[in-house]
Design a binder for this molecule. Structure first.
Ligand SMILES: Cc1cc2nc3c(=O)[nH]c(=O)nc-3n(C[C@H](O)[C@H](O)[C@H](O)COP(=O)(O)OP(=O)(O)OC[C@H]3O[C@@H](n4cnc5c(N)ncnc54)[C@H](O)[C@@H]3O)c2cc1C
Length: 172
């Protein structure tokens, strides 16, 4: 009977990443997946082969933002093994029956210009909202790259004052 140092049940992205790091550290790993495809809720699959053959969908996890805050892609050399991110731009197209439409872009400035076609105030508010998110992401990034700790230690890592300042909505 074959034996393994570690058995992982479920080849979602957490199981896969965990297996990758364990293998890199020299452990033998058995990763068990009940479906015929790996990736769990983060897969890209031909979900409607009869209705739209050849079209691939992200079934659940469509926004892969936080993975880029950590070193996983580089450390596991995922691009070498075929990982490729396809970035759409425009990111959102909202057509309206009266012929008007709205396009969101990867660029905040371009998106604000688009919103301003309908409301200058909303464009300004969107800019403030994105600024808030940018500061909040910077504030929470340390947690992605730090070993798991108690919530008290995590808050200590962040610095409560720093976190409060960065997560304040609107310009300070
Ligand atoms: C609708 C939806 C939208 C989401 N959108 C986003 C998003 O935009 N961005 C984002 O970052 N996250 C998103 N998430 C969250 C993200 O999908 C999950 O956090 C992530 O998939 C969790 O990964 P995981 O490996 O822990 O579990 P899962 O991805 O759920 O993988 C678990 C795996 O275990 C397998 N399994 C279960 N039981 C067994 C068993 N007994 N034996 C063998 N295999 C088993 C399953 O088949 C599956 O492959 C979304 C989730 C949902 C549901």
């Amino acid at each position: 009977m074959e034996t393994y140092d570690v058995i992982i049940i479920g080849a979602g992205h957490n199981g896969l990443v965990c297996a990758g790091y364990l293998l890199k550290s020299g452990y033998s790993v058995l990763l068990l997946e009940k479906r015929s495809v790996v990736g769990g809720a983060a897969t890209t699959e031909e979900a409607m082969p009869e209705e739209v053959p050849g079209f691939y969908f992200n079934l659940c996890a469509i926004d892969h933002e936080f993975i880029h805050l950590g070193p996983v892609v580089e450390e596991l050399e995922l691009t070498k093994f075929g990982l490729e991110y396809l970035y759409c731009d425009p990111t959102i197209f909202c057509p309206h029956p009266d012929g008007k439409y709205f396009l969101a872009h990867r660029s905040v400035e371009k998106t604000c210009a688009e919103i301003a076609r309908y409301s200058q105030r909303d464009a300004q508010k969107y800019r403030e909202y994105m600024d808030f998110w940018h500061r909040l992401i910077q504030a929470i990034t340390p947690i992605f790259n730090a070993p798991p700790k108690s919530i008290i230690d995590i808050l200590g890592n962040w610095g409560l004052l720093r976190l409060r300042k960065r997560s304040r909505l609107g310009r300070s």
